[in-house]
Design a protein around this ligand. Sequence first.
Ligand code: SAH
Length: 225
Amino acid sequence: MSLRMRLQPEAIGSGLTSQRVRDRLVERLRDHGIADERVLNAIRTVPRHLFVDEALAMRAYEDTALPIGHGQTISQPWVVARMTESLLQTQPSKVLEIGTGSGYQAAILAALGLEVHTVERIGELLRVARKRFRQLGMNIRSKHDDGRIGWPENGPFDAIIVTAAAPALVDALTAQLAPGGSLIAPVGGSSSQSLVRLLKDADGNVSQQVLAPVVFVPLLSGLID
Ligand code: SAH
């Protein structure tokens, strides 16, 4: 597998962000059922501490969600790994993410060699995420928009990953999924959500399964600068 990024000295880290600390996170994920070596390798390689505020860098390799400002969070590594593992099963090459946030999930997908498109409604988060993509030499397409409309001009996508929760799957996104593709999204209210996987077969018929209970911030409408 090719891990497509250019690692600057600050991406290598030291002490609480060192390779040893990252390896420990990978072992924890393995113990908690993540088996796809490509995913584990991407988690080992992408410097999560560069996707949070410097003051939180020393907690970046704990298996927890962390605040990224604007009331949003970078997802828990186990959740990122589980969603990525599930998404790889249908062998996608072109992927759409809704909810760029810190940019970490998009970076994991790009490190796996996928063509990544990502949409974020909060302009400031997107600007910071874009800076990180540039710093890591990652070519990720992104736009500032309401992700509930997807990215129709660039679709269809082999896989779609939604990283904010809605009461139901969004029809516009299902419509932008290519035959043979999969869509992974948290579905539910603020107190209880399930990670749902939708598969679209070659004839366009869809089926759904529930993967795990999860907690995500809500999928909201409207743009913020
Ligand atoms: N994938 C992110 C997780 C960020 S949390 C990461 O790896 O860090 C979810 C993100 O979804 C937040 O940044 C939030 O602003 C964004 N979001 C919520 N509703 C959205 C919408 N309708 N369109 C695009 N992004 C949205």
